[in-house]
Design a protein around this ligand. Structure first.
Ligand code: CP
Ligand code: NVA
Length: 304
């Protein structure tokens, strides 16, 4: 069987994504009931982090341990990656030692090159262009709270960044309308909008983007690697904070998501993220369950 990677959501077919999401719910129930499940005993996950992380690192490391395997953490500071060893060489070496690799880096092409030279599955743990693992957790969270996304409306408010791109991709796969409310100059590229298969549209007015939405999502205004643009971005996005007034435009049963970390008073007001419509803690927890299901799928298949 050829090696499967998960660099963007479209690397899995719709039925495979549904399988992973169902399995994520099963693994969550097992974990909550205290039932251990060591399906990946003896397997070793390599985690390459060229950017900071709390949730991604801990969910992958804890998830692998819970499935009976173990994880190795690598950063450019203490590996040869930071001293210029070509990514192709690192991929060839690591994939002879490890069973599966997760990478968080800047340019998406680096993950693609790593995957091209890897003998084992490679997972994108966030690149400048995509964050597919977060989307697995987000879709799982919506399913738990509100059921299928089919025919629903999601409002993305803020930057046309990696998370926005993965939401556009999800809109094409799961069949929902995505209103991207973002200021001029910060919209997703036409190529990324095309990933939505006609289900995504860019709007300037964030309130209009929220109108009737079943889910409102936002993210930081300055992503990792854009720290020097923080001031300029605070100006550009000042009318794009998700507030209670914006949530009031959404559907009565709308929920709020944020991949975290969040900045209260910037992209979201404290009363929204800490309010009753917010599901951000379930969303964060689901990173664990969704990625355990993803690793099982990439290493063991569907069992058919
Ligand atoms: N949401 C997310 O990926 O969080 P971390 O940066 O903490 O991993
Ligand atoms: N867009 C953010 C997501 C962090 C999880 C970033 O890339 O920094």
């Amino acid at each position: 069987m050829p090696v499967r990677h998960f660099l963007t959501l479209n690397d899995l077919r719709r039925d495979e994504l549904d399988f992973v999401l169902r399995r994520a719910s099963e693994l969550k129930a097992m974990k909550h009931d205290g039932r251990g499940h060591e399906s990946l005993r003896g397997k070793v996950l390599g985690m390459v982090f060229e950017k900071s992380s709390t949730r991604t690192r801990v969910s992958f490391e804890a998830g692998m341990a819970q499935l009976g395997g173990s994880a190795v953490f690598l950063s450019p500071r203490d590996s040869q990656l930071g001293r210029g060893e070509p990514v192709e060489d690192t991929a060839r070496v690591l994939s002879r030692m490890l069973d599966i690799v997760m990478i968080r880096t800047f340019g998406h092409d680096k993950i693609e090159r790593f995957a091209e030279y890897s003998r084992v599955p490679v997972i994108n743990g966030l690149s400048d262009d995509h964050h597919p693992c977060q989307l697995l957790a987000d879709i799982q969270t919506f399913l738990e709270h509100r059921g299928s996304l089919d025919g629903k409306t999601v409002a993305w408010i803020g930057d046309g960044n990696n998370m926005c791109n993965s939401w556009l991709e999800a809109a094409g796969i799961f069949g929902f309308q995505l209103n991207v409310g973002c200021p001029e100059g910060f919209e997703p590229s036409a190529g990324m909008v095309a990933l939505s298969g006609g289900n995504g549209q860019v709007m300037r007015d964030p309130t209009e983007a929220c109108r009737g939405a079943h889910l409102v999502v936002t993210d930081v205004w300055a992503s990792m690697g854009q720290e020097e643009e923080q001031r300029q971005r605070e100006q550009a996005f000042r009318d794009y904070q998700v507030t209670a007034a914006m949530m009031a435009e959404a559907s009565d049963d709308a929920i709020f998501m944020h991949c975290l970390p969040a900045h209260r008073g910037e992209e979201v007001s404290a009363d929204v993220i800490d309010g009753l419509q917010s599901v951000v803690w379930d969303e964060a927890e689901n990173r664990l369950h969704a990625q355990k299901a993803l690793m099982e799928f990439l290493l063991l298949g569907t069992g058919d």
